[in-house]
Ligand binder design. Structure first.
Ligand code: AMP
Length: 280
């Protein structure tokens, strides 16, 4: 497995592989890897792609300095996990290598999807994501990029980025990997007490019940019921529960009005924001 610290070598590696007839699969991450991240890499490997994985904690997507400071850093362990599943190359740069002295924040019009739902809770987050992904795409020049459905709105942002710049990358959205109780895997889960982590499966269970209820009940009633259930759990505060169209992220009143309806939720437990979603 190639471990590369500089953009120059990553671009060279990518070119070399393409000359030799390989296509490139790319998985960007911020490290602290778990089975969710690894599933993205496995999908790329299984497709026979030369798989490049990046580990880079992007300062531009943190609107809270404390959150950035607290973000777990487990590089040695991450590299071992990636080596064990057969990743070809890992790009693990310092910030200066990604955003060098000449880098200027690019103005991008991502439209309404940047500032609603998760974007409303975290101002500047998605433009920070878009800027780093654009920069990483320039460095890696992938044919395919793998992102998790777990961060649903992020996948809409990446779609928009690809469309906006007509980038020659195909976005592949991978399913959410969950803990045995249904809790969506996340590096943030480590911050929960053992007791709360065990209980936290109720978020996904409630989303499943909501999906079922929507077969019979109008959206407003089913949503109210799900909200009441979520908030009935000890210490749970629902930041949002939205039922939207998966492409435009606009709220919908009738499921039939959308080709890809989805329920998006953030529930706070012990001050940890837990994201989840379900396709309806
Ligand atoms: P992050 O390191 O949090 O930026 O995540 C890197 C990638 O892994 C993103 O595309 C995430 O959506 C994806 N990811 C995170 N958690 C999961 C999960 N539980 N299942 C599938 N993909 C995930």
């Amino acid at each position: 497995m190639n471990i590369l610290k500089t953009a120059k070598y990553v671009t060279q590696d990518s070119h070399y592989q393409k000359i030799n007839g390989k296509s490139i699969g790319f998985i960007p991450s911020m490290g602290a890897l778990h089975a969710g991240h690894l599933s993205l890499a496995k999908q790329s490997i299984d497709q026979g792609l030369y798989t490049i994985f990046s580990i880079f904690i992007n300062p531009k997507q943190f609107n809270d300095a404390k959150d950035l400071e607290l973000y777990p850093r487990t590089l040695e362990n991450d590299l071992e996990l990636l080596y064990n599943i057969g990743v070809d190359a890992v790009y693990c740069p310092d910030t200066i290598d990604v955003f060098g002295p000449d880098y200027i924040d690019e103005q991008m019009d991502l439209g309404i999807i940047e500032n609603i739902i998760e974007g409303a809770q975290r101002p500047g987050h998605f433009i920070g994501v878009a800027r780093v992904v654009k920069r990483l795409f320039e460095i890696v020049q992938p044919d395919y990029a793998f992102f998790g459905q777990k961060d649903f709105q992020q996948t809409a942002i990446i779609n928009k980025l690809i469309e906006l710049y007509d980038l020659p990358v195909e976005l592949i959205i991978c399913p959410i990997i969950r803990e045995p109780n249904g809790l969506a895997m996340s590096s943030r889960n480590e911050r929960l007490s053992t007791h709360t982590r065990k209980q936290a499966g109720f978020i996904y269970q409630t989303l499943c019940t909501l999906k079922n209820d929507l077969k019979l009940l109008p959206i407003s009633i089913a949503k109210e019921k799900a909200l009441a259930t979520l908030n009935s759990h000890e210490g749970a505060i629902t930041e949002y529960l939205e039922i939207v169209d998966g492409d435009s992220l606009a709220e919908i009143e009738y499921l039939e009005k959308s080709k890809k309806p989805v329920a998006l939720a953030v529930v706070k437990l012990e001050n940890v924001r837990l994201l989840d979603n379900i396709l309806l």
